[in-house]
Design a protein around this ligand. Structure first.
Ligand code: HGY
Ligand code: MN
Ligand code: MN
Length: 418
């Protein structure tokens, strides 16, 4: 019987094993349904099968391992997170939540513990929104279902979501939005920020995932010769974008707890001796208060229009994703908090600045999240890591959480038959 420390080290080792499956040798980059995702599925299939789970790959390329319960009428507990990454990512943002789910089932399987409710461990195929600029495709697909517009979205190579699904071996015409009979959704995730590390704390229970707005913004001016075009005759798209990007930073610094980021910029024709004709940028705005966030992104679009019009540059924009601040389920927050205390790891409650699949699932089923400390507060970076003792604490809390749910199942079944 492995010790808690051995189980924790195995979880970390497995996340590092998955990290080698990448589109870019030497770094971790694994986007929606890219070829290395097949390698991730093959290795996870081995782990899931060994833990007594039956495995499916669903209509959105999510991998799902089902561990049966003894009560055929019971809804199932979903435990999951995402398997795609940002470019040059760390090894734990996403995969840790899926590997921890498998570790909990392995514990039950090894101990021959049967719970009344089935457990389904799910690895979502797309949460970051890197390949198609649309986040949460995996969790949206099994809850709301993807729209035709979603399926027609194209990546940088002109491949659509539907074509990507077909290339991965999935029939895109399959039925979506088929989430049924779910007891709750639990997501383990690294905090991705500095709070727990600054408090030397292992765990936190999430109460709210703050809202986020994501835009694609295009400045269209006139490309022209850099040597012969006088400054007063230019329509320089990059100069307009540059002025605006500094305004984004200044604006966000002036609003408490607002964050706004221009993470992507692509200038055409991207030549040193040509006045830039067009620039495509991203805008990511987040705040716990939906009105503050909406007012902020509207103000920043206005600011872009002003920087553009000063230079006779056209502006166009589209909102690629907008998620309101999403509360986690109060009852399951309590269950998770109780479990952490029972496991000897009293955890603080905190909100999440990062988006997670839990913010999609929470719109359909009770959802809860447990954060693990991010040493140095680092994430979306190769130096992202976790501590074995925090993984151990999360595993112990997960086991207690299952016990709390079993006790609740038994008591509600007794009441029903009283
Ligand atoms: O960007 C985020 O909020 C998350 O890491 N997908
Ligand atoms: Mn992420
Ligand atoms: Mn994540």
């Amino acid at each position: 019987m492995p010790t808690n420390t051995q189980r924790a080290e195995k979880v970390i080792a497995r996340c590092r094993q998955l990290a080698v499956f990448t589109e870019v040798p030497g770094e971790i980059t694994r986007t929606f349904l890219s070829p290395p995702m097949h390698d991730v599925h093959n290795l996870m299939r081995e782990w899931m099968q060994a833990a007594g789970m039956s495995i499916t790959i669903d209509i959105l390329g999510n991998i799902r391992g089902l561990y049966p319960g003894f009560d055929p009428n019971s809804n199932r507990l979903l435990i999951g997170s995402h398997l795609d990454t940002v470019p040059n990512a760390g090894a734990f943002d996403g995969p840790l939540g899926v590997v921890l789910g498998i570790a909990l089932v392995e514990h039950l399987h090894a101990q021959q513990i049967k719970l009344p409710f089935p457990i389904e461990v799910i690895g979502f195929s797309e949460e970051e929104g890197v390949r198609f600029s649309k986040p949460f495709l995996g969790s949206l697909g099994i809850t709301r279902g993807l729209s035709v517009d979603h399926l027609l979205l194209k990546d940088a190579n002109g491949i659509s979501v539907a074509e990507a699904l077909t290339a991965f071996g999935i029939d895109p015409r399959g039925r979506q939005g088929m989430l049924r009979n779910i007891l709750a959704y639990l997501e383990f995730h690294i905090e991705q920020g500095p709070v727990l590390d600054s408090e030397s704390a292992s765990l936190a229970v999430v109460d709210t995932i703050i809202g986020q707005s994501r835009f694609e913004i295009t400045f269209t001016g006139n490309a022209n010769h850099a040597g012969t075009t006088p400054m007063h005759l230019r329509h320089d798209a990059l100069a307009a974008a540059a002025e605006w990007i500094v305004n984004v930073e200044t604006y966000a610094q002036s609003v408490p707890n607002l964050v706004a980021t221009v993470g992507k910029i692509h200038a055409e024709p991207n030549a040193g001796n040509v006045v830039p004709g067009s620039v495509i940028t991203s805008l990511d705005v987040r705040h716990a208060n939906n009105n503050v966030r909406t007012f902020a992104h509207e103000s920043l679009i206005q600011s872009a229009k002003s920087s553009a019009s000063k230079r006779g540059v056209q502006l166009s924009y589209n909102c690629v994703s907008a998620q309101n601040s999403t509360p986690m389920n109060p009852q399951f927050i309590k269950f998770l908090d109780t479990a952490a205390t029972r496991a000897g790891h009293p955890s603080r409650i905190m909100s999440s600045g990062a988006g997670h699949d839990a913010m999609i699932l929470a719109q359909y089923v009770p959802a809860a999240m447990l954060f693990l400390r991010s040493p140095g507060g680092i994430s979306h970076h190769p130096d992202e890591t976790v501590l074995p003792q925090d993984v151990e604490a999360a595993l112990a809390t997960g086991i207690e959480f299952l016990t709390v749910l079993r006790e609740r199942h038994i008591s509600t079944t007794k009441e029903a038959h009283a």
